[in-house]
Design a protein around this ligand. Structure first.
Ligand code: FES
Length: 121
């Protein structure tokens, strides 16, 4: 199984596309490509790395069903810093997130401020 192309989008209009391998998280793939993203704990507990899935492309895993923004990623470990409602809104902790399909994700510190106060913050 190959990876998925994830397009990272910043509020200033910049975007970068990285291929995230099957064993990689979005953050790991971005760092490998020397793309700077905010992060801190890398364990899913702080929200520093949070992004918001904007759209999900074709699912290349052979299934007919494309995941929507709320389940565009699988997690390496429980995303403790996110509420269910945050996940339903498309927020994803990129340090522990494996994309399930090609997708576009809004990134940068602004996304975290939209998320609001985290009890883990
Ligand atoms: S870096 Fe802390 S949740 Fe991702």
């Amino acid at each position: 199984m190959s990876g998925h192309d994830v397009t990272l989008e910043w509020p200033d209009g910049r975007s970068e596309t990285v291929e995230v391998g099957p064993q990689e998280t979005v953050l790991e793939a971005a760092l490998r490509e020397r793309i700077r993203l905010p992060y801190d704990c890398r364990k899913g507990t702080c929200t520093a790395c949070v992004g918001r899935v904007r759209s999900v492309g074709e699912d290349h895993d052979g299934s007919d069903e494309s995941p929507d923004a709320a389940n565009a990623v699988d997690y390496r470990r429980p995303p403790r810093a996110l509420e269910e409602s945050d996940r339903a809104d498309g927020y994803a902790l990129l340090c522990i997130a494996h994309p399930r399909a090609d997708c576009r994700i809004e990134v940068g510190p602004m996304v975290r401020s939209q998320l609001g106060d985290s009890p883990w913050g």
